[in-house]
Design a protein around this ligand. Structure first.
Ligand code: ZN
Ligand code: ZN
Length: 206
């Protein structure tokens, strides 16, 4: 099992492809759906599912373009459905005429995990950046979306965000094993150990 990442869109979102043999899970296709589809075709990958860590446009704007090529299901937490409709107000000119709001085919609220290619994808509800933010844990990989970044955390001042709730979610992540690799929604890959030791937002948790 390995992870490939493509940085997409005006906010430089990390779209991750989790690959086992040729089977592929697409996480946070925030934009440039055609480029993501081309990558999948180029390496003869077989995608089976699109998952979003949350509903902000910069994590889901490429979903529909991918679905034009690969008719895949798209899973999202239902509490982020209201965010899907606020693209233009929140993101201003960033996405211009490019806004392409997807429709979830399934809500992941009630799922503790998803079985995929013999692996268990654990769904950890980590609200605060948005009400429906989730962190996905697969083996030693942790996909944290905009909840936890290398050296920082996501904003809590956008609609539906809440600082105290985010802190509770960060405590939940802090309790996970040090050896987990952190794949955030933006910026560099890290490890949970490094974040626990150096991230001021984790160090300040009481
Ligand atoms: Zn976000
Ligand atoms: Zn983001």
């Amino acid at each position: 099992m390995k992870v490939e990442s493509l940085t997409v869109g005006p906010l430089q979102t990390n779209c991750y492809l989790l690959i086992k043999d040729k089977s592929t899970l697409i996480i946070d296709p925030g934009d440039e759906g055609e480029r993501i589809s081309q990558f999948i075709r180029h390496y003869s990958l077989t995608p089976s599912l699109i998952l979003a860590t949350h509903g902000h446009l910069d994590h889901v704007n490429g979903v529909r373009k991918i679905q034009e090529t690969f008719p895949l299901p798209f899973y999202l937490h239902s509490q982020d459905i209201p965010l899907l409709g606020v693209g233009k107000d929140t993101w201003g000119d960033l996405f211009l005429d490019n806004i392409d709001v997807p429709s979830p085919t399934k809500f992941i609220d009630d799922l503790d995990s998803i079985e995929w290619e013999g692996e268990t994808i654990e769904i950890i509800h980590t609200p605060g950046h948005s009400p429906g933010s989730v962190t996905l844990r697969v083996g030693n990989f942790l996909f944290t979306g905009d909840t936890l970044f290398q050296g920082s955390v996501g904003r809590w001042d956008l609609p539906g965000g809440d600082e105290a709730t985010l802190q509770q979610s960060l405590k939940k992540l802090s309790a996970l094993p040090d050896e987990l690799l952190v794949f955030p929604g933006h910026g560099q890959t890290s490890s949970l150990q490094k974040e626990k030791q150096t991230n001021p937002f984790l160090l300040s948790l009481s």
